[in-house]
Design a protein around this ligand. Structure first.
Ligand code: 5AD
Ligand code: SF4
Length: 357
């Protein structure tokens, strides 16, 4: 790192040791490439120091693309009439999960558009069945009532992912017609109160998003003490109102992720699929800049193509068994291993230990 400025190293090194940065420092890091080398180096060191070398592989089961929301950036939005919709039956969900577990996955992430197609009892049945097969369950179903979240927790769900997408109130309003930003914050608090290992995250490069607003997002993640954070670049989808907008920048998204790693050293951070969509080695680069999780899709056939949040999604024609082998090979090629544990974050383990549980 001989040719980078001492000032850049100082700022990033301080963040490594203190897990803290000011808003001004974050904006400074995001606006100049002079920090990049030190940032990526220390983010990787933080990942390694606190989480070790193993990567958690989690099987992403996209069980329905039906969505009642209309988020401006997303291909699953209700008003996208071009997309053929599907909703797997509970026994189909369980069958895909069973196959994924046989391939070695120790966590199944059940993700869908936000819909009310499923009876709570049916989803509870699928969650319990997956737990009984020995895997942990992460849910990503959007905004629900406290009662519904509690029922899933009771059925055995371990974790919940709900990205705030952006903490900027006016940007949120522009992009999420008739959705309440406050309710989304409330949902995240409820999930934490219910004892879920709680994940959030954001999109980077949305139209009208400023670096200052991205810095606010990062500080919100820190303040909320989440267990997992997913950062993805915005990728314009031609079947949405943002189809002609400029997409997010890969390196900026990588930098946001690396800063999150410095501020929250013990959480789980996925190398997101959206990153690999923008850079053909994107997930591996992310794993070398702070990430410690990969979530390959475990549904098969047509469903893989129909869960089309954005264009260019990777591995659409691959079988889940192949995907697992492929990513395992890439992980081993950079000297890392695949975790044999259920995939809790170190942060969550500390939290449980502090509660005496
Ligand atoms: N580009 C990138 N990510 C997207 N998502 C939805 N649409 C897009 C897009 N066009 C992300 C959102 C959501 C997650 C499931 O997918 O952040 O939370
Ligand atoms: Fe639905 Fe989620 Fe897409 Fe919004 S981001 S339209 S809630 S699937």
């Amino acid at each position: 790192m001989s040719h980078i400025s001492v000032f850049a190293i100082d700022t990033v090194q301080k963040a490594f040791y203190t897990s803290a940065l000011t808003h001004r420092e974050i904006v400074g890091i995001l606006s100049s490439d002079k920090y990049d080398e030190a940032l990526f180096f220390y983010a990787d060191l933080a990942r390694k120091t606190h989480n070790g070398n193993d990567v958690h592989l989690k099987g992403l089961l996209e069980f329905s693309n039906v969505c009642e929301r209309n988020c401006f950036y997303c291909g699953l939005r209700r008003q996208n009439k071009i997309l053929k919709r599907y909703a797997l039956k509970p026994d189909e969900i369980i069958a895909f999960a069973q196959k994924a577990i046989a391939y070695g996955y120790k966590t199944i992430v059940l993700q869908s558009g936000e819909n009310n197609i499923y009876k709570i009892d049916d989803l509870c049945g699928a969650i319990t069945a997956i737990r009984d097969m020995g895997a942990h369950v992460t849910l990503s179903l959007g905004e629900k009532s406290r009662e519904e979240y509690a029922a899933y927790k009771q059925a055995g769900a371990n974790r919940y992912l709900l990205r705030i997408e952006t903490t900027d109130p006016s940007l949120y309003k522009q992009l999420h017609p008739s959705m309440s930003h406050q309710n989304r914050f409330n949902c995240l608090t409820t999930l934490q109160e219910l004892g879920y290992e709680t994940g959030s995250g954001s999109l980077v490069g949305l139209p009208n998003q400023t670096l200052s607003s991205i810095a606010d997002d990062i500080l919100f993640f820190k303040e909320s003490d989440f267990d997992m954070i997913g950062i993805g670049p915005f990728i314009p989808n031609e079947n949405t109102p943002l189809g002609d907008e400029r997409g997010g920048d890969f390196v900026l998204a990588l930098k946001v992720m690396a800063i999150v790693r410095l501020l929250l050293p013990k959480i789980n951070i996925p190398a997101t699929t959206a990153m690999e969509t923008l850079d053909k080695n994107g997930r591996i680069r992310a794993l070398q800049c702070g990430a410690n999780v990969v979530m390959p899709v475990v549904t098969e056939g047509e469903y893989r193509k129909l869960y089309r949040l954005y264009p260019g999604k990777i591995c659409l024609d691959d079988a889940p068994r192949h995907c697992r082998g492929c990513i395992t090979g890439k992980i081993m090629a950079i000297g890392r291993g695949v975790s044999a544990t259920n995939g809790d974050s170190v942060r969550f383990g500390d939290r449980l230990a502090a509660q005496g549980g």
